[in-house]
Design a protein around this ligand. Sequence first.
Ligand SMILES: Nc1ncnc2c1ncn2[C@@H]1O[C@H](COP(=O)(O)OP(=O)(O)OP(=O)(O)O)[C@@H](O)[C@H]1O
Ligand SMILES: [Mg+2]
Length: 590
Amino acid sequence: MKISIHYKITAIFGIIIGIILMGVYFYLNANLSERAYLKTKDNLLKQVFLSKSFIEQSVDKKNTSSKQIDALAKHIAKDLRVRVSIISLDGILEGDSELNGQQLLEVENHLQRPEIQQALKSQVGENRRFSTTVKKEMLYIAALYGKKKPLGVIRLSIPLLEIEIISGNLKKMLSAAFFIAFIVALLISFFVSMLISKPVREISLMATGIAAGDLSKRILIASNDEIGDLIKAFNFMAEQIKSRIEEVTAGKSKLEAVLLSMFEGVMVVDDMGKILFINQTLRDLFKSEIDVKGKTPLEIMRNIEIQEITDMILKLKGGVKSREISVTLPEKKILLINAAPIAKGAVFDGAVLVFHDISNLRHLEKIRRDFVANVSHELRTPISSIMGYTETLLDGALRDKDNAEDFLRIIHSDSERLAKLIDDVLDLAKIESDNLNLVLKPCSIKKIVQRIVSGLETRAKAKSLKININISDNMAAIMADENRIAQVLVNLIENALKYTESGEICVLAEEEKNFLRIIVSDTGMGIPEKDIPRLFERFYRVDKAHSKELGGTGLGLSIVKHIVHAHNGEVSVQSRQGKGSSFSFTIPKA
Ligand SMILES: Nc1ncnc2c1ncn2[C@@H]1O[C@H](COP(=O)(O)OP(=O)(O)OP(=O)(O)O)[C@@H](O)[C@H]1O
Ligand SMILES: [Mg+2]
């Protein structure tokens, strides 16, 4: 059970005050009866002497009757409120305030009473004993009286019970006074201890607050003593803790911000291989929303290779390990993992793993490899054809005039194809290497379209196709490199002509916020849905044989995409197989 320091101090004060008061009380109490007795005796002695002189003035032995003496005793007693006895020198009780005439006669001789004997000997005598006459414990004081010679003894007596009563009353008063003093002292100590314990309580409250994270509280320093020093130290400590926590929090949030904004995934595991932290990038990579703390990498990422590299670094406790792995869940990705141990001094504390998503890099590398393979393949076909036909011609076919001409025509067409392929590849390489050197200036899309369409008119006519231009005269100008935009349009309109057998081709433009959208649509063969996403890849052709027959290399749309992107525009395609296609691109307004 918790007892407040306030109550403890009060209790200690209470006990100390109680002990002191009780000591004083018992001491006074013990002496009280004795003091009361001595006081009463002293009083009685004074009264005896007073009565003695009074009686000496009033009594003349020869002329005073025993009746007068008795009246005198009663008179003195009335004033002094004590028992007064007057005894003759031979011990006869001549007067007594408590006895009447008859009783006086019956009382035995008092000569042998100790106080009388003492008084006869030495003027004054005293004794305390039980009085057979009045049946009470009494204190007697007797004195000889008589001016020139002793005439008798005057004796005053008082019941000791009376002293007891007086001392009893005193004791009661004393008890009451001590009790009140005790209560008052207790109350004072209660308030004093409250005053002392108040700052202690405040310190305790503040400490509890600090433990609960509230560092804003401060205590007012009211005293210039040890408690004041303690409060000062406490306030200082709170201030220090606050600034340390702020420092740590700032450092932590900085680190968190860095980890959060990192493009790489980061995972920290403890020395037992349990996850302590993973950053958002890694969470996104593995789509893990659950609380990962305390779990193993295998549980979260479901990849044995990640678990293996974690285990390896925890086992080796040194060096940096790198490994490239491919994950299939939740997405197909290639990750480069760098794992390093975390050590605090000589103590090994876990490991940190950094995940680089190198899927794009590897994909680009693959595209480049494929590109080289594709280019060599595309080049080989016309070259082998040219080589084959020239060999045949040299082997004698040259003399066969009809065939020789056909062969030469094929060689010419393959050479043209080769030249176009080389042109396209070089163009694409130039565009891709960001060396496009665009000459941007405001230009009218309608004019460009008209120029190109008139150039392709003959080819359209040969296939009985009509090219419609639907662009308003006051269409906004575009900010573009005219020649490159012309290249885009040639590619798109050529495709439309190539892959359309009947119907019409339409070129239109519309405004879209800060852009102009140019649409080239046809009523041709259309493109299967599965091929649409890959359409803009280099050398991608829906129907390779058919496209080749038409002299296509599969680079046209790739060039289109790059030129439009270089203008900050977008390309898109909509197509339905057998119904037609619609290619569109956007170019910023001037
Ligand atoms: N308007 C269209 N209608 C149907 N298919 C199309 C259309 N435009 C392009 N395609 C398909 O997309 C493929 C890629 O087009 P791209 O222009 O890149 O190459 P190409 O026309 O075959 O050759 P190149 O343009 O280099 O001479 C084509 O082979 C064709 O299959
Ligand atoms: Mg094309």
